[in-house]
Write a protein that binds this ligand. Sequence first.
Ligand code: NAD
Length: 463
Amino acid sequence: MGADRQLQDVIQQGRQFFHNGRTMDVEFRIEALRMFQAGLRRHETKLMEALKLDLNKSPFEAYSSEIGMLLEEIGIVIKQLRRWAKPTSVKGSMVLFGARGQIYHEPFGQVLIISPWNYPLLLSLSPLIGAIAAGNTAVLKPSELGAHSAAAIANLIEDTFNRTYGEGYVSVVEGGVETSTALLAEKFDYIFFTGGTGVGRVVMEAAAKHLTPVTLELGGKSPCIVHRDADVKLAAKRIVWGKFLNAGQTCVAPDYILVHAAVKDELIRHLQEQIIQFFGSKPLEAPQTNLPNIINSRHFGRLQELLHSTKGTIVCGGITDESRKLIAPTIIDHITWDDTIMAEEIFGPLLPIISFTDLEQEVIGPVVARPKPLALYLFSESDEIHEHILSRISFGGGCVNDAVMHLASKHMPFGGVGASGFGGYHGKSSFDTFSHHKSVLKQTTRFDLPFRYPTMKNGLTWI
Ligand code: NAD
């Protein structure tokens, strides 16, 4: 059987599963989520092994930034789902006297989830939680660059869902760009894509052909502003953690620092101290083998090129090991906006530093002149500065006095804006994203108000 034929069979099975109506029952979805939770626990060791092979992630990092977050989210959804899934009643109005408005939250049908390699479990399975909760069937297409993780996800899904429900409820299709392109040529009822901005455009174009609604979770350069009144030592600790987690291969990692000139030296000193504290003074040498690696040679080469071409001063790190695709956490000072490292999202363990003295001209001006970032981080003790920055700069989401952690909340929608994407998910917002909210007016038959109808007397005019 040809590859296209196989894909069409997978899609057909998913469609049939949806149309047999089982997923409309909220109790079925809760049972599926419980099985998902148990499956994740059963497969925990295998999933961790795959993350180690693809990215050299330590068990601690694998659990805290992927598996643990998934288990937490499933727990929250199971508790709340019956409430979320009920039709929502809304207020009436004078014109609609006697009628009731209700919003039904119905599944779209069959959804396609395309995910990247950097958090291969979290970024395929967290959207899947939302898709299941809302009553959809799903096809997952994990990234080919995290091949071990993609295979581990396929095993998890096979063991968790296919054994109990048969084919069609959740399917995993492994493969690269060609597979993704073939899937995108088919008609789905919703597409949830996480990846780069360029590929996001390709996905949206393909979706437009079938008028399929999409969520695009994209990337970009996320600024990290450290103002002169910040708690600099604490800021350094939180920035080092957020930036070098997964070797900087995190969509919401601080891409670059904008620091007030008055505290720049102090910040750099603390950043260096924190790097030593977390990764040791020789991070590439044993026993620090838990430093995540760069995903492949192409990305390794790209980062090395950035390192060589920058006009800045490397104040820490800058050491690479090609055979293990490792790059030491690196801080680069004396960067200007036109340095090559400021052109594209870095997506690796290189942290450029630009200093400023004028918040308006040297921070707000240049940031708003560039594509809207996925995240922004602001370190300052002043509420006035917080509100000023938050009101002037548009970005997907972010933190005041922290980095990356907004992603951990299951009570706030996570997503981008402008070039960093659109739509949000996590917790209730995932349920909302994967549901069509169908407005239904239930009219009374106990009486019939005459005002809306035309009469011969008023010449068929609307009164
Ligand atoms: P990518 O866009 O190259 O790949 C993502 C997925 O799209 C993969 O499954 C891949 O097979 C598929 N794909 C690649 N090229 C394609 C094409 N031409 N047509 C159809 N499908 C294609 O992204 P990546 O390198 O895997 O991940 C890194 C990017 O993702 C970064 O820009 C990062 O910021 C972004 N990202 C965003 C988030 C978020 O939540 N917003 C999370 C993680 C990563």
